[in-house]
Design a protein around this ligand. Sequence first.
Ligand code: MLT
Length: 324
Amino acid sequence: MSVSKLFGALCAVTIMAAPALAQDYPARTMTMVIPFSAGGPTDTVARLLAERMSADLGQQIIVENVTGAGGTLGADRVAKAEADGYTMLLHHMGMATSATLYRTLPYDPLNDFEYVGEVVDVPMMITARKDFEPADMAGFIDYVKANAGNLTLANAGIGAVSQLCGMLLMHSLDAQLTTVPYKGTGPAMTDLLGGQVDILCDQTTNTTQQVQAGTIKAYAVTTPERLDLFPDLPTAIESGLPDMELSVWHGVYTPKGTPAEINERLAKALQVALADEGVVKQLAELGSAPVPAEKVTPAALKTKLETEIARWKPIIEAAGVYAD
Ligand code: MLT
């Protein structure tokens, strides 16, 4: 066979093989890696979505919690996984902030992943153990400023949004608290409930039920507007802390090299899950909501990550907080 005929035959095989891959996919159980502990806010969102995505894809999605180092160990696991469409990562905005917070990362957030789509936006809440003295946000600000040296602030490590929120809080109050790192705000919440730590800035997907049950105290939310779910709870901004605006965006990623048609198929499953009435209702009950459908695409998530890395870089550099 001549070289040109051989090349032609190889191309034909490749062209025939590509649709076959998409048609058969997925053919076995899949894994969604969550870079924080079970029972926490990222885990809650992931389990809600994995169930509905499984129904659309016709294959089970196992949620695996790969914890530690503020979410970077889980992200690294996926960066180094087979690019075959059977491993994905659900991570929040820590994917963007870690790029600056860590002087060295074992992966490149922008170039070691493919993109599936954005997921949900989740507000954050400043909370404390239920017997914390201040009655409201004004009292909280005065009390924390006066007693900073004796207070503890829980977080989920450098790269976690609880750490970022705590950092903004300490910066806004010009107060240095003792920080206590966990592998997720699931276990941090357990210690807040037990009174082992004083304060936790966490996502409403983890705080709402506890605040409603009266097992922790809420002082403010980090959104520009008050939440429908908690109309009496002030925003941190209206309480005089203008830098405390944080809404936690999330995205789903696959390892670099995962074929585009697979990422598109996963994006479709994600769109179906996020449009599900039950999912929307459960998210609303936790103070969250899916992003608009046009953001649940590979291109939209890529743009979001690029924009957010650029947005947080100068803020983190100005704060001078790094992990090595
Ligand atoms: C978690 O799921 O534990 C949180 O998202 C951790 C954090 O970023 O604060």
